[in-house]
Design a protein around this ligand. Structure first.
Ligand code: SAM
Length: 501
């Protein structure tokens, strides 16, 4: 059996077709343009000659040296492009909050910040405009008990056994005529799990979906997709877990046609299948779901229940407050840890089209909605609006950590304004809104690793330097951020008190 090659996570799009062009991020031909450092510069900065004109904050990037899956066992539920590690969030939670404090992320992605906050006894609140991100975040911060999810899976399995013949017949006809407009299947969430007969929306199955799965696996997916209700806590958790095992390179995934990190282009899938006569191996969705659930529930549930909102980050402040107040919780956050969308690097809809099909969303419509395609000036206006909107949900001494990566390539071409983006966000988005600057923390370990690769074979990886812009809402917050930066913190995980639960 052959399958598509694994690709680097950082990919570019061909502007004309919108299709992924499978171009790797190009190696750096030379060091980036330089400016003279004016304030503190670390050894790595000096070596790389990547100056920051903003004061440096001495937060050690200790998250870089933790074990790969450091943090709560729900984090790896599903891969998500440009997500940050749970340890990065912990470095801020441990220094700048106490149990019971509210921690926000207006661009929560797969929910790293709110989940880790809840796992550490804080109230984690996430927001994202992408419904896929929302489902992942909601599943993690408002999860069912292990017993509930096991019981639900068992009843789904039983009902499947009773109706497998019908669903398999349907999937066989889809597989025999991939992409046929004549064959309709029950749409997402349209059927009760008890049978195929009940009324509901019908849907077509795109050819590239039909080609990605073994007919038996497709039958189970059609059944689960029609029967699971995303508004129900337990079903949502199962749906989110299914997105995480939908495609990947090992036997723990339902389709072997593409890697786990992102969806290959639909056209690429169709061409690949035609060229190689690829047939996806049969995989049992119930067995693989069961395995994945066992891994996810390896640790106790997060200590507190959080909140996941679906909406535009520009309006997040008011919605955060409303949601917190409705639950009788403190309305203002002491910490924000977030990474805004990069400049034209990731298309969250397009790179997740197969997962979005499962959830019943159109990838192109999601990309039209999201703010991941701005050029620099529009991006800075967007960030200013986000920071303005957030202000009302922040405590007087709140600390705000914005993880901002430099972007050197825009869809394959050198980008204008992608370097030093964090500095521009400070000058043109945060300062005008009255925020105070604590400093910039550089991802030095990564920079060191990139530096060693810079002249080596893997120089292509050395294309960006993440910076963490640390802001505060007041002078008291700024001092809190600066004084807390060097506090030693505990990296033991699971935390002792958590294990005792
Ligand atoms: C870099 S990712 C965040 C990843 C996250 N830190 C994690 O660890 O998973 C940026 C997120 O911004 C979201 N996004 C883009 N435009 C948005 C908007 N206007 N409002 C809210 N979220 C938006 C994208 O859907 C994406 O999930």
């Amino acid at each position: 059996m052959s399958s598509l090659p694994l690709e680097s996570e950082r990919t570019v799009l061909s502007p004309a077709s919108g299709e992924r062009s499978d171009v790797r991020v190009e190696p750096l031909p030379q060091l980036p343009p330089r400016r003279q450092p004016t304030l503190v510069t670390s050894n790595v900065q000096l070596a790389l000659q990547l100056p920051s004109e903003l004061p440096q904050l001495a937060i050690e990037p200790e998250w870089k040296v933790q074990q790969r899956l450091w943090g709560h066992s729900f984090h790896p539920m599903c891969s998500y492009l440009a997500s940050f590690p749970a340890g990065l969030v912990h470095a801020f939670i441990a220094r700048y909050t106490r149990p019971g404090d509210v921690v926000l992320d207006p661009f929560s992605g797969r929910g790293t910040t709110p989940l880790q906050a809840c796992a550490e006894g804080r109230i984690g609140v996430g927001n994202d405009l992408n419904p896929f991100a929302h489902i992942l975040t909601a599943a993690k911060v408002d999860p069912p008990t292990k017993a509930d999810v096991k019981t639900r899976l068992a009843s789904l399995r039983l009902a499947w056994a009773a109706s497998a013949g019908e669903w398999s017949g349907l999937a066989d006809s889809v597989a025999a005529n991939p992409g046929s407009p004549e064959i309709v299947v029950p749409g997402p969430g349209s059927r009760s799990v008890s049978g195929i007969e009940s009324a509901g929306r019908d849907a077509l199955v795109p050819a590239e979906v039909a080609l990605a799965f073994h007919p038996r696996t497709l039958a189970q997916l059609l059944y689960l997709r029609a029967g699971l209700d995303p508004d129900n806590r337990t079903d949502r958790f199962l749906l989110a877990t299914l997105t995480g095992i939908l495609h990947g390179k090992s036997a723990s995934y339902l389709s072997a046609v593409m890697p786990n990190t992102f969806s290959m282009a639909p056209r690429y899938v169709r061409d690949f299948v035609a060229r190689t006569s690829f047939h996806s191996p049969e995989r049992d969705a119930f067995a693989l779901l069961d395995d994945k659930l066992r891994r996810l529930y390896r640790q106790p549930l997060p200590r507190t229940r959080g909140i996941a909102l679906l909406g535009d980050a520009r309006d997040a402040g008011i919605h955060f407050r409303e949601a917190l107040s409705a639950r009788g919780l403190p309305e203002r956050a002491r910490l924000v840890v977030t990474s805004p969308p990069y400049l034209r690097v990731v298309k969250y809809g397009y790179y997740n089209w197969l997962r979005l099909w499962l959830l019943g969303y159109d990838a192109a419509a999601i990309d039209d909605l999201l703010d991941d395609a701005h050029h620099r000036d529009a991006y800075l206006v967007f960030m200013r609006e986000v920071l303005r909107g957030l202000r009302s949900a922040l405590a007087d001494d709140a600390v705000i950590a914005l993880v901002i990566g430099d972007v050197e390539l825009d869809r394959g071409r050198p980008t204008a304004g992608g370097i030093g983006l964090a500095e521009s966000v400070w000058e043109l988005a945060a300062a005008p809104e009255g925020y105070r600057l604590a400093g910039i923390a550089l991802d030095d370990v990564a920079a060191g690793r990139k530096m060693t690769k810079l002249w080596g074979e893997e120089a292509g990886q050395a294309t960006k330097l993440d910076r963490i812009l640390v802001l505060a809402t007041s002078e008291a917050g700024r001092r809190r951020a600066v004084n807390g930066a060097t506090l030693p913190i505990d990296w033991e995980w699971p935390q002792r008190s958590l294990r005792a639960l």
